[in-house]
Write a protein that binds this ligand. Structure first.
Ligand SMILES: [Zn+2]
Length: 131
């Protein structure tokens, strides 16, 4: 269970939805600019269906701007999946409720601040299992 009120969760869900629309528009604009309208059409379809395939559709595209945007779209799609599965706002590592303040600053967060910091400090998996 997360710690969010219905209103808070609705606000975050709406933010995520709007952000996704903006990102997909951005990706489309960059593709159009670089003469890759063929891909832009696919992004449109992916955006409509909410399909995570956007990553594979664009794997040939090398523009740094797009790679960053597609990475964020992936995070957003994952957050939407957690929302519909009722697991949004719950840390994927320890199962604790993620603070609303953290979600407000970073709505696609999938870990609580403790787990995120631990993950950033201990990159090596071996250190992980020794805990
Ligand atoms: Zn955690």
């Amino acid at each position: 269970m997360n710690d969010l009120t219905k209103e808070q969760q609705e606000y975050l869900a709406e933010w995520i939805r709007a952000r996704k629309v903006r990102l997909l528009e951005e990706i489309r604009a960059v593709l159009a600019r670089s003469g890759k309208e063929r891909y832009a059409d696919l992004v449109g379809e992916v955006g409509d269906t909410g399909d995570e395939a956007v990553g594979s559709v664009l794997r040939d595209v090398t523009e740094a701007e797009i790679i960053r945007d597609v990475g964020e779209v992936r995070d957003i799609v994952a957050a939407e999946q957690r929302l519909s599965a009722g697991r949004y706002g719950v840390c994927t590592d320890c199962g604790a409720a993620i603070d609303y303040k953290r979600l407000e600053a970073y709505p696609t967060a999938k870990r609580c601040i403790t787990c995120q910091q631990r993950r950033e400090k201990t990159r090596a998996p071996s250190q992980y299992t020794k805990r």
